[in-house]
Design a protein around this ligand. Structure first.
Ligand code: PRP
Ligand code: URA
Length: 213
């Protein structure tokens, strides 16, 4: 994992670079694309969860009693940004199956490129949890900032943002608005086109995950 700024990390692991390159190809099918989103999310989860608190408990092996460790109590919530963020949930849940899941529904207005909210449902005790906001794409950063503002209104103190492709502009926007939020991405692309799509990016992540257009 490579640190590119305070609280901003790029996963440059060979497996992740390999998988993201396949996702970028316009010839990759919906099925493979969706599988890769989950696989990369799962790989990122391994590193991102390294500060989760543990508690001890007694385990009896066939030979003797010993001390076991488990992730302690009420700790984690995942908040995918609908719809593309949903594609990352299963991969992470396979590693942390007891996490609660909230949902924030946003889409980018095709003319203004500003996020439009249509849904927000978060766990009751969200303020006591460490929250991972999930969205494959960080382009202008508008959607991430809007989603995180809902969490801030609910007094959430620990927020990590996990995405697959992050543009410089989106990183800057999110980082200057909420410098306390740690940003993790699998790839850092430099620019946006006139329609605010990431260049080279991978296209419209929601459409590619769900086979729509
Ligand atoms: C995409 C993506 C992000 C957003 C990123 O969602 O999944 O949520 O755009 O762009 P931004 O950083 O400029 O806000 P989209 O609006 O296409 O909705 P969808 O997930 O429903 O396809
Ligand atoms: N949303 C996407 O899905 N892709 C982009 O490149 C930008 C925003």
């Amino acid at each position: 994992m490579r640190k590119i700024d305070d609280n901003v990390y790029v996963f440059d692991h060979p497996l992740i670079q390999h998988k993201i390159s396949i996702m970028r190809s316009k010839d990759t099918s919906t099925k493979i694309f969706r599988e890769l989103v989950n696989e990369i999310a799962m790989l990122m989860c391994y590193e991102v969860t390294k500060d989760l608190p543990l508690e001890t408990y007694e385990v009896e092996t066939p030979i003797a009693k010993t001390t076991g460790y488990r992730i302690s109590g009420k700790t984690l919530a995942l908040v995918p940004i609908l719809r593309a963020g949903l594609g990352m949930v299963d991969g992470i849940m396979s590693m942390v199956p007891t996490a609660k899941v909230g949902h924030v529904g946003l889409y980018r207005d095709p003319k203004t490129h500003e996020p439009v909210e249509y849904y927000c449902k978060l766990p009751d005790d969200i303020e006591n949890r460490s929250v991972y906001v999930l969205d494959p794409m960080l382009a202008t950063g508008g959607s991430a900032v809007a989603a995180i503002s809902f969490l801030k209104q609910r007094n959430v103190k620990s927020i990590k943002f996990l995405c697959l492709v992050a543009a410089d502009e989106g990183i800057r926007h999110l980082h200057t608005t909420y410098p306390d939020v740690t940003i993790y991405c699998a790839a850092n692309d430099k620019s946006l086109n006139e329609n605010k799509y990431i260049v080279p990016g991978l296209g419209d992540a929601g459409d590619r995950i769900y086979g729509t257009k």
